[in-house]
Design a binder for this molecule. Structure first.
Ligand code: IPE
Length: 254
């Protein structure tokens, strides 16, 4: 089983609020189908959720009790989820979509999630969930799809994880001049520098890399690939080199 995160930068047009990237989704749907690997898909919020989260001040990282902000942000996430599900379905992927709240209790992924996902996958359905506005202890908070991927990885121990975004992988410095790293060693993390991304309330690439390290620490390989490039996405899904940047799984004991 492989967990793939479809970043908001691939499935939406990040610079334009509330705009889906239909062509990109149709193309990646074909690649996902052709890969023939058992998948769990988690998607991001892109120019839907991030836009409304920013507009209504849900981007502080704190829990909020602003009903309009919560409702509007959720509404945009659900809209994106429905559109995405439809396109994936039309491409022949049989999707079973559910909100992450179905898997969590008091902010923690329930072990029951294992059964839910196993049962869905047993009949060749593809589980699909997403970054969302989640119930916290004292209100609601934004939960990134990256955190869901990390929690699912720790629980389900998939073969590998693929983060698909609109860049080819991770480079030491932001900007086109710095080449993409084939492999990112955990010792190199502190040498990386990241650009600050506008319209991203969940921390952009930096927090993604930190979540990826936690996943790799469970012995699971994590790939960062370009979801807009068929060849690269396919290689990452298959665990082949040149798919992007890989963080090899390791165990903390070693
Ligand atoms: C964000 O999810 C969820 C909301 C803003 C509601 P992600 O953090 O996974 O979204 P992307 O991939 O960065 O767009």
């Amino acid at each position: 089983m492989i967990i793939v995160k479809l970043g908001g930068s691939v499935i939406t047009k990040k610079a334009t609020p509330l705009t889906i990237n239909r062509e990109a989704i149709a193309q990646l749907a074909t690649t996902l189908k052709e890969s023939r690997v058992p998948l769990i898909i988690v998607h991001g919020a892109g120019s839907f959720g991030h836009y409304n989260a920013g507009r209504f001040g849900l981007d502080s990282g704190e829990e909020t009790r602003n009903p309009e902000g919560i409702a509007r942000t959720r509404d945009s996430v659900l809209h994106l989820n429905l559109s995405l599900t439809k396109i994936l379905q039309e491409s022949g992927l049989n999707i079973y979509s559910f909100p992450p709240i179905a898997l969590y209790r008091e902010g923690k992924l329930e072990t029951h999630a294992n059964k839910v996902i196993t049962e869905i996958m047993k009949i060749n359905l593809i589980p699909l969930t997403y970054g969302d506005v989640m119930l916290g202890e004292n209100g609601f908070r934004i939960m990134s799809g990256d955190v869901i991927v990390r929690d699912l990885a720790i629980l389900l121990k998939p073969e590998r994880i693929v983060f698909a975004s609109d860049v080819d992988g991770i480079s030491e410095k932001p900007g086109k001049k710095s080449p993409i790293l084939r492999e990112l060693d955990r010792g190199m993390i502190h040498k990386l520098s990241f650009s600050k991304v506008r319209n991203d309330v969940t921390g952009g690439m930096e927090s993604k890399v930190l979540e990826a390290m936690r996943i790799a620490g469970q012995g699971i390989d994590v790939f960062f690939t370009n979801g807009l490039r068929r060849d690269r996405l396919m290689k990452a899904l298959k665990g082949e080199k040149d798919g992007g940047t890989v963080i090899r799984g390791f165990n903390y004991e070693n």
